[in-house]
Write a protein that binds this ligand. Structure first.
Ligand code: PEP
Ligand code: MG
Length: 328
């Protein structure tokens, strides 16, 4: 099978009835960029910039960040890279930086992490903004903010980047050809105000790992809960469908970048409910592309639509049966 996936590397991820699905990879280290050539993926849909912080014994200074971002962009060439600003805190604690202001956190995943840290530690965010903007000189910079809960958080983060862009411009530094700003939808509350935010977004990215844990109030790292809440559940799928429909109506491209999109049946279901862009772990590119290329989208759309209106108890079973039946 691995040989079959490798042979498919140059083939486009297009369904049998002609719908193109953008297939990208998640990455976090310099060497991960090699996955682009290995898999034939279209680009990096999620570059987790906190990896550099996590593997470092000391806080990576701006120059070191900038070097990494430039290396990644150089290696990616014409293929787009979407950088996510640091998502530290929570399950990604840094030994050299106390992120919790009040001592030990009881619920770090819901605590002082990601954009919440970055908006308060402005020095950290400014350094990263400058590193990204300078690294992307002459190219398009795609940047997104993790764990946005309310629209103002996105606005503040974007304003901080724009201030750095002006600062660099005033000093005649070479700037990116364009900066595109996106928000990650990982906190269910954001879906309730998404209509207000969409007009200001260049793109949206759905992080299903955090989103699922918050939708179900179930710790994503808890072994006893891992099997209990299925990604193929009516709650998640209905939620995602509303978000995807809303973003499409607003003309905002939406990518699903959580692990859910890297599982073949889940990816199939996401495509069935209207997702057109997936960013997955590199080993999943082959299997997901094979699935897409064997897919007849129109009947899948109809099936998923019906299953979401009146979901059967065994939704996963029904989708599996359909896939087997169709030879997907
Ligand atoms: C997610 O939450 O789905 C996501 C892509 O981000 P991370 O897994 O890094 O939290
Ligand atoms: Mg996340």
């Amino acid at each position: 099978r691995r040989a079959a996936f490798a042979a498919m590397k140059g083939e486009p991820p297009v369904t049998r009835d002609g719908t193109y699905v953008a297939l990208m990879v998640n990455a976090g280290l310099r060497d991960d960029v090699a996955a682009l050539d290995l898999t034939g993926a279209e680009g990096i849909g999620l570059f987790r910039t906190e990896f550099q912080f996590l593997v470092s014994a000391t806080m990576p200074q701006r120059e070191r960040q900038q070097r990494l971002y430039r290396d990644v962009l150089d290696a990616a060439g014409d293929r787009p890279v979407t950088f996510r600003t640091v998502d530290i805190g929570g399950d990604k604690a840094l030994p050299y930086m106390r992120v919790d202001s009040e001592g030990q956190e009881e619920n770090p995943a819901m605590g002082w992490r990601a954009l919440r840290v970055a908006l308060e530690r402005e020095g950290l965010m400014k350094a990263q903004a400058r590193a990204l903007i300078e690294a992307a000189a002459g190219r398009t910079l795609n940047v997104m903010f993790p764990l946005v809960s309310e629209p103002w958080e996105f606005d503040e983060a974007r304003a901080l980047f724009e201030a750095q862009r002006r600062w660099l411009s005033a000093r005649n530094r070479k700037l990116p050809a364009a900066i595109r700003y996106g928000a990650m939808l990982e906190v269910p509350a954001l879906a309730e105000t998404l209509d207000l935010l969409l007009p200001r977004l260049d793109f949206l990215s759905v992080g299903t790992n955090d989103l699922t844990q918050f939708l179900f109030a179930a710790d994503r790292a808890h072994p006893k809960l891992a099997e209990r809440y299925d990604w193929l559940s009516p709650a998640i799928l209905r939620f995602l469908k509303r978000v995807v429909d809303q973003a499409r109506d607003a003309g905002v491209p939406t990518t699903v970048c959580g692990e859910m999109g890297g599982r073949t049946l889940e990816a199939m279901t996401l495509i069935g409910l209207g997702v057109e862009r997936l960013s997955v772990t590199p080993v999943a590119v082959g299997p997901v592309k094979a699935m897409i290329r064997s897919l007849e989208l129109a009947p899948l759309r109809k099936l998923v639509g019906e299953l979401l209106v009146s979901p059967p108890r065994d939704l996963r079973g029904r989708l599996t049966d359909w896939a087997v039946d169709q030879g997907v």
